[in-house]
Design a protein around this ligand. Sequence first.
Ligand SMILES: Cc1cc2nc3c(=O)[nH]c(=O)nc-3n(C[C@H](O)[C@H](O)[C@H](O)COP(=O)(O)OP(=O)(O)OC[C@H]3O[C@@H](n4cnc5c(N)ncnc54)[C@H](O)[C@@H]3O)c2cc1C
Length: 376
Amino acid sequence: MLRTKTLVIGGGPAGATAARFLAGNGADTILVERDFSYVKPCGGGIPSSALKEMDIPEEKVTKRIITKMRIVSPKGEDIEVEMKGGHLCVTERGEFDSYLREAAKDKGASMLEAEFMRFDDIGRNITSIIKKKSTGEEIRIKSDYIVASDGITSRTVSGISPSKCGSLYTISAHIKPDSYDACEFWFGSNHASNFYSWIFPSHGYSSMGTGSTNAKELSAFLDNFITRRFGVPMRDFAPMNFSKKTRAFRIPMWEGSLFNIKNILYSGDSAGMVMPITYEGIYYAMKSGEFAAQAISEDKPDIYKKLWKSRFNHRFLLMSKIRNLLFKNDENIEKFVALHKRPEVQEIAMKLWLRKEAGSGSLISYLNFFRHFLKI
Ligand SMILES: Cc1cc2nc3c(=O)[nH]c(=O)nc-3n(C[C@H](O)[C@H](O)[C@H](O)COP(=O)(O)OP(=O)(O)OC[C@H]3O[C@@H](n4cnc5c(N)ncnc54)[C@H](O)[C@@H]3O)c2cc1C
């Protein structure tokens, strides 16, 4: 039986960040990740301000810098937005996650390539059953705390938490070329529902994909998007030959109900912490890992929820409200895109998304634009 103060389950952005802050605060920390070479299906886009805030040197993790966005409405209204006051850093997720785990290791966290199987005891001390990747051996780890950061397919949630958040479905692929100079967001109910279709240029390839509330629609939606964007159906779309494999993956719908159950603190996708509308999750996963680490370092697990809520709750609530209105139909999305032609709306969107400005001023102005425009 191993013993540690905190066992971090999952070595993605949430878990690796929690481990970095915990070990940095001098706490005895073990992180278990079932596969160190895992590459999460993801566009890998992170605002430069988010990397700076998390003290991650962007030149070490960025494959491509993007400074423009293209937004296309269901009817074909096409707008280009220059990013101001920052840029988007496109990372490669396998490399990015490894970088974060190395940073945690440098601070003193122990890393174990092993799969969390189940909790044996969640009393005052928590006993977890872990299966080592190298030998298949099952071992027990006793800890005072758990940071549960095992993503949307979380085993730490199932069986324990009554609140399991809902999810959307995505399908994505790597395509050639990488010569697009903007990240593109395409809206339209025949290729994305409650979501957008995207192209994110990276280094040597671009990530392309779409999302839906219904998994069964995904392939048809991707086909429709390719036909709309490139003028040919998927079967004739040559850049797809670069990566025949499409990957389907879930993304959480934030509900804001899961933070901690006693000394088990849920962070990142396992707690549904993905921003509605943009579906940005990496920054929020890292911040939740940081907050979980702070709560554990102070031996006050209940302050985790307070820390998260005081920073992000209004933002998430308002964005999910706007999302619910917006994604009702193409007519509202048309208005949403038209609204973003206005420089003052672009400026507020940049403050909220790209520059990650805290405070509620920009948020209220953003909502007011929507109220007026959508007549809500
Ligand atoms: C198609 C797609 C595109 C996206 N694009 C973007 C984007 O461009 N920008 C952005 O900000 N967000 C994006 N997101 C969201 C983002 O990928 C997630 O929000 C983010 O990865 C969450 O981090 P996490 O650490 O909580 O979970 P994860 O990144 O999922 O990490 C969980 C880790 O836990 C490990 N694990 C799972 N089960 C176990 C177990 N039983 N035992 C041990 N280890 C386990 C996994 O191997 C994994 O390493 C995208 C999501 C999708 C699906």
